[in-house]
Design a protein around this ligand. Structure first.
Ligand SMILES: Cc1cc2nc3c(=O)[nH]c(=O)nc-3n(C[C@H](O)[C@H](O)[C@H](O)COP(=O)(O)OP(=O)(O)OC[C@H]3O[C@@H](n4cnc5c(N)ncnc54)[C@H](O)[C@@H]3O)c2cc1C
Length: 176
């Protein structure tokens, strides 16, 4: 890309492997690399046709192997791939895995929750929390479409502590 000239060049590769360069002008550029599961999942019997772990979107149990559960970005479950999703998936997987080991029906259901704290200006964040089919799943009783300074505080001050001190150590309330 040439930031000064506000131009970017992309190489498109078609199904036959033919490559073609294309130039795009931009005001704001947001580029993401192709997303895929690690090879050990993508090229295994665990994968669905798209290469993600072939799991039921609600129970998170594998559709063909009942002793396999999905959690995190490798899951083929159609939710936004976020660490916030992992927070909500973890207790569902734990409950359903334990139920499976005990030969009981699985009670845990994941509704596709994911969250993206979007910084829209210095000091203001929109806390976009949504599940399958884009259904809003706000954690707080506030209009989830409004940018707020309280969510800026949450992202800047609270989330690092939630992440490092609680979530990674298995101590946060959702995993109770
Ligand atoms: C720039 C960026 C910003 C983000 N911001 C947010 C945010 O604000 N909020 C949020 O909730 N989420 C955010 N995310 C998403 C979040 O980081 C992921 O959803 C989360 O890390 C997924 O966790 P995971 O454990 O499933 O996968 P990963 O964190 O990708 O962990 C998978 C691990 O498996 C390892 N691995 C791969 N292959 C093998 C193998 N063969 N053997 C052994 N190990 C292997 C990898 O090295 C890696 O360490 C962001 C992601 C990016 C890239």
């Amino acid at each position: 890309m040439d930031a000064g000239a506000r131009k970017a060049w992309f190489v498109d590769t078609d199904a036959d492997g033919n490559r073609q360069e294309r130039e795009e002008a931009f005001d704001m550029l947001h580029v993401t690399p192709p997303q895929r599961a690690p090879r050990c999942v993508r090229e295994s019997a665990l994968a669905n046709d798209a290469g993600w772990l072939d799991a039921d979107p609600e129970t998170l149990r594998h559709n063909r192997f009942e002793n396999v559960f999905a959690i995190g970005d490798a899951s083929g479950t159609g939710n936004a791939k976020t660490a916030a999703a992992v927070r909500k998936q973890a207790p569902v997987v734990a409950a359903n895995l334990l139920a499976t080991l005990d030969g009981k029906p699985m009670g845990g259901r994941y509704q596709g929750y994911g969250a993206c704290p979007l910084t829209v200006e210095k000091g203001k964040v929109i806390l976009a929390e949504f599940g399958y089919q884009g259904a809003l799943q706000p954690s707080f009783p506030l209009d989830p479409t409004k940018a707020r300074s309280s969510y800026w505080w949450l992202k800047a001050k609270a989330m690092p502590r939630i992440y490092f001190d609680l979530m990674l150590k298995g101590r946060e309330w959702l995993t109770g």
